[in-house]
Ligand binder design. Structure first.
Ligand code: SAM
Ligand code: SF4
Ligand code: F3S
Length: 468
């Protein structure tokens, strides 16, 4: 396959490093440490991008703040996946007018997936004049240059040039957690599911070189990270654009050989590309968490076709059956959309049937949200909102019952958990499958693996006690 990706060169990165140095100099001359606030909407890919943005800000001399009030630089990393996500961003960006009035020197940047839509960037330009800069996901690596321009030239910058996609290695990073880390293994999406905006705003699929990913994972393990999630919109396409003959299962197997005590997981898998090789690899490697996020979106074949998903419910179920046969303790989660244009009551019932048949540990449930420019936004959608809400509530009811039943079956078992924090008077921990466990214990245990005996449960979490 022809590789249209732009790999950002070492010289181009060095130039951005010089911009960081100049910004740091700008603040030194003013005898103070500037503060930055980065706010993130959307999925883990955005979380991972924000960690890079914080890295660039730190390299430019900024300290991180956890509030927009008084911050010298605010970056809002936006999500475009549903209308609700966009509305929240517009509301919060609008409110920043007041924050900036109290702190006129404040520089406000918007980035992320919403800024990948030219019409949104244009709206920001004309109607949100307190915003100083906009950059789309392809231009993230140029943030130091953009910030420098805004600081020194007092103008606005709009870096929204379209691109098939960029890959920029070696960006500095400030990670949000010292135990759990995100590692993007690829960017973009080629699937064009008919409802989804992501391929339009994130560009074509492009894979990082396996040696770069291995280097990052090795460094994370050496730094004590215990839970590492490989990220991509469809990790099963990994490597298709590279020339080294490494597919996702090969990559996973190689990474799982890195010595250390940690769990390796990944998301998201597209059912059309997931298969036996992947599940066999997961089953064979103890460090690969037995957890799979395998979005099905709908249980009805007509709807799946209209969604452009390239599998039907029988193929999906065959995949799940195989995965469970080689990993009996597999924790399975999924995404589902209700109220896709034209979805009938019977078609919705097929979704319920599939959920009952698979029995997911947890589901991420969404009501269809039309996204401008996608084929589904033009489809006839005459189902009333109240009806869609009713289907949504029913779906949640069914899933909550199943989650509760699955959780109840954990009671009495002893399981390995990673203790990751404190919530009030209990410690919080995660099982290999990502289930939340609350248990009494000392703060000194945070960051370590432990054996926990499960003593109780709710729909959302488990309670337990230390087994030893
Ligand atoms: N790449 C992942 C995949 O294919 O499974 C999903 C990425 S998307 C950011 C996360 C989820 O948002 C999707 O799986 C889908 O369920 C949901 N989603 C995407 N577009 C949507 C829309 N227009 N309306 C409602 N839900 C949507
Ligand atoms: Fe969107 Fe489909 Fe790509 Fe997932 S695979 S990001 S749902 S287009
Ligand atoms: Fe993620 Fe939202 Fe973009 S879900 S890929 S941040 S549109």
């Amino acid at each position: 396959m022809e590789r249209k990706t732009t790999e950002i060169t070492a010289e181009a990165r060095a130039e951005q490093e010089r911009f960081c140095a100049r910004i740091a100099e700008y603040w030194r001359a003013r005898c103070r440490t500037p503060l930055a606030f980065v706010d993130t909407y959307g999925c883990q890919q955005n979380e991972a991008d924000s960690e890079r943005i914080r890295g660039l800000l730190r390299a430019a001399g900024y300290a991180m703040s956890d509030t927009e009030e008084g911050a010298d630089c605010i970056v809002i990393n936006t999500c475009a996946v549903r209308e609700h996500a966009e509305d929240r961003v517009y509301g919060n960006v609008g409110a920043l007018v007041h924050t900036k009035r109290r702190h006129p020197e404040q520089k406000i940047f918007l980035c992320g997936c919403m800024m990948g839509q030219p019409a949104v960037a244009q709206r920001i330009k004309t109607s949100y004049r307190h915003v100083d800069g906009v950059f789309n996901p392809h231009q993230l690596w140029r943030f130091p240059e953009l910030l420098h321009t805004v600081l020194t030239k007092n103008g606005r910058v709009f870096a929204t040039e379209d691109s098939a996609g960029t890959i920029c290695e070696e960006l500095p990073v400030v990670r949000g957690n010292s135990l759990k880390a995100w590692v993007s293994i690829m960017y973009g999406c080629n699937n064009f599911c008919s409802y989804c905006i992501v391929p339009y705003v994130r560009g074509r699929e492009r894979s990082r070189r396996p040696e770069k990913i291995a280097e990052e994972v090795r460094a994370l393990v050496a730094a004590g990270y215990k839970d590492i999630t490989l990220l991509g919109q469809n990790v099963n396409s990994y490597g298709k654009d590279l020339d080294c003959g490494v597919d996702f299962s090969d990559l996973l197997a190689e990474l799982a050989e890195i010595p250390g005590d940690y769990w390796l997981r990944f998301m998201t898998s597209h059912p059309k590309d997931a298969g036996k090789k992947l599940f066999d690899t997961m089953a064979a490697h103890p460090r690969i968490a037995k957890q799979l996020h395998l979005p099905f979106q709908s249980g009805n074949d007509r709807v799946l076709k209209a969604m452009n998903r390239h599998y039907d419910s029988a193929q999906y179920l065959a995949l799940v059956d195989y995965a469970k046969s080689v990993m009996p303790d597999l924790v399975l989660t999924s995404d589902v959309i209700v109220g896709f244009p034209g979805e009938t009551e019977e078609e919705f019932e097929d979704t319920i049937k599939l959920i009952e048949r698979v029995r997911y540990d947890a589901l991420f449930t969404f009501i269809f949200s039309p996204r401008g420019g996608t084929p589904a936004a033009k489809m006839d959608d005459s189902t009333p909102k109240e009806e869609k809400n009713r289907r949504f509530d029913r779906l949640c009811e069914v899933q909550n019952r199943i989650s509760q039943e699955i959780h109840a079956a954990y009671v009495g078992k002893t399981m390995r958990v990673l203790i990751d924090g404190r919530d009030g008077d209990v410690l919080t921990a995660r099982t290999e499958g990502g289930r939340l466990v609350r248990l009494p214990g000392d703060d000194s245990l945070i960051g370590s693996f432990a054996e926990a005996k499960i003593t109780g449960c709710t729909t959302w979490s488990l309670t337990g006690e230390m087994a030893e």
